[in-house]
Design a protein around this ligand. Structure first.
Ligand SMILES: C[S@@+](CC[C@H](N)C(=O)[O-])C[C@H]1O[C@@H](n2cnc3c(N)ncnc32)[C@H](O)[C@@H]1O
Length: 334
């Protein structure tokens, strides 16, 4: 077998293995295993009786979930691993199970991709639907369990990006989510943290409190596409993992407005999965484009060239990219 064919064969095998692990999480959610273990650890016979499951079936499921690091075995009792408890116990403040069940590992939603491709009609679940607020909050809540790691990563990030923000300056964080990574900006700036959903901003506020910077964070519940700020009033506009929800014309318009908000010499930093020019090799970006297509009508994962052109059209200069996903641009001083 040629090397290329062997690699493809291995890749297909990896897909099959991954699918089994995904199916195990889906099955555990379907039979209520995580809720039950969250309530109290229990033996396999007790779990099978409580969940009205076949003991052998539940046993093979528990074994795999344990090997995946989601559950632990304590003698004959089955309980969550520490990580499993943080993200899969519905009682945890950093619970992520709802997002897995309803979006990222939803067999029902993902199974409709073929139909969506055929018709061009996504599932229609957009950020404009108010009741997705709770879901978005679930999406960012895991940061509450990982905030120390997130803080360290955010601090390293801004060292790498080397974007100067004057001490005590103002940062606008569009679609702030948890507040990271903007909260890593050095120089004790004030943050205007903008997110559509008040439920998400509750997580942002909780993160800010843990970081001890709540007095420097001004949460604003607003649609970033309609946000009004005074011209030349901010030092940094940050937009991470948010612009791709929207059609490219909206990104173009938004960058023009962001340029207006910036003080001369201020910076725009966008983190955005960027497609390669041929749309053929940037796997992470292309994967996300499929997910966004399924859930968000009008979403667009741009290429580096497209986003660079949008920044230039907005009158920003010194446009550069870092790590293939950060786009940095500056408002001219004159
Ligand atoms: C994928 S998260 C990214 C969060 C954060 N920027 C980060 O990098 O971790 C996208 C966030 O953008 C918010 N969002 C999406 N569309 C928005 C809009 N039109 N106005 C305000 N916030 C929006 C969502 O509520 C969500 O919290």
């Amino acid at each position: 077998m040629s090397e290329a064919r062997w690699r493809t064969w291995q890749r297909l095998g990896e897909l099959e293995e991954a699918y089994l692990e995904i199916a195990a999480v889906q099955a555990a959610q379907e039979v209520g295993l995580f809720e039950r273990i969250g309530a109290a650890p229990a033996t396999l016979p007790a779990l099978a009786a409580d969940l009205t499951c076949d003991q052998r079936g539940l046993g093979v499921l528990v074994d795999l979930l344990t090997a995946m690091g989601l559950l632990d075995k304590d003698g004959d009792r089955i309980r969550f691993s520490p990580g499993g408890a943080a993200f899969l116990d519905p009682a945890s403040e950093s619970y992520y199970g709802d997002t897995l069940r309803r979006v990222t590992l939803s067999a029902e939603a993902l199974g409709r991709l073929g139909a969506a491709v055929r018709t061009g009609e996504p599932l229609g679940q957009t950020v404009d639907v108010p009741d997705t607020g709770a879901l978005w909050a679930q999406d960012v809540a895991p940061v509450l369990a990982t905030w120390r790691e997130q803080r360290a990563a955010a601090q390293r990030l801004w060292e790498t990006l080397a974007v100067p923000v004057p001490a005590g300056g103002t940062v606008v964080d569009l679609g702030c989510g948890s507040g990271f990574p903007a909260f890593g900006v050095p120089g004790s700036p004030t943050f205007i943290s903008v997110d559509w959903h008040p439920a998400v901003l509750e997580v942002t506020t909780a993160v800010a409190a843990r970081l001890g910077i709540a007095d420097r964070v001004r949460p604003i519940a607003a649609d970033l596409r309609r946000l009004e700020l005074p011209p030349s009033s901010v030092d940094l506009v940050h937009a991470a993992a948010v612009l791709y929800f929207y059609p490219f014309e909206e990104i173009d318009r938004l960058l023009a407005r962001a340029a207006d908000w910036l003080r001369p010499g201020g910076y725009l930093v966008s983190r955005h999965l960027l497609a390669d020019a041929e749309r053929a090799s940037a796997t992470e970006a292309l994967r996300r484009a499929v997910q966004l297509f399924l859930f968000h009508p009008g979403s667009h994962v741009p290429t580096t060239d497209e986003l660079t052109a949008a920044a230039s059209n907005a009158g920003l200069t010194d446009v550069r990219t870092v790590d293939g996903q950060y786009l940095i641009a500056r408002k001219p001083t004159s």
